[in-house]
Every structure is written in structure tokens, then in C-alpha cells.
Write a protein that binds this ligand. Sequence first.
Ligand code: FES
Length: 112
Amino acid sequence: ASSPSQGAAKDWQKIGTVAELDKTGQLLVEDSPVGAVLVVGTSKAAKNLIAVNPTCTHQGCTVAWKTDKNQFVCPCHDAKFARDGKVQAAPAEKPLRTYLAKIENDSVFVKP
Ligand code: FES
């Protein structure tokens, strides 16, 4: 495995620390190198990490992850998205952008 680099935003990008993620099980970074990103999960289940661009595809509000419902919900007009970004409830029509996510060396990385 190659080590993460600072290179183009197509590579793995460090967006935060495992401590930050584990604190709440969510890590929201508005201005990462790949754009806004919301990672959901913890280091205890690192294989199940989810990462999306939380910008709602309806009118751009920031969606929130609802653990009990296992979906992202937009606070503005109640659009809902599955963990893979797919639309589950209108008014949004397009899926959320998703990223790959991984944990390495106590850091959280995402990749477009
Ligand atoms: Fe998200 Fe309208 S901006 S549902």
C-alpha cells in the first residue's frame, strides 16, 4: 500500500483524526480537499465507514445522518438518502456523492 500523499484531490485525502470520528461516530468537514464530506462510523467498525458529500442535491442544505433510521435526512425539505447516497424520499432527485473512506495511522482518509 502506498502512503497517502498531499497530491491531487483524486488520491486519498486526510480529513481528520480517528479520535474526532470516534467521539460522535460522525466527522463533518466542510472544506476538505475533496469538498464537503461527512464520514459516519467508528474505528471499531472501520470496514463499515460511510462517506458522502452531505450537500443535499435538492437545494444544497447539509444533510444529517440518522443512526436509528440508517439514512441521511435533509433538514430543509426532508429529502432522505440511503447510506450509499441513493434517494429514498423526495424532493431530492439525484443521489448524494459518495467517497471511499478508510482509517490509517489514527487518521481518517477519503477518496473521491
Ligand atoms: Fe434538501 Fe431541499 S435542500 S430537501
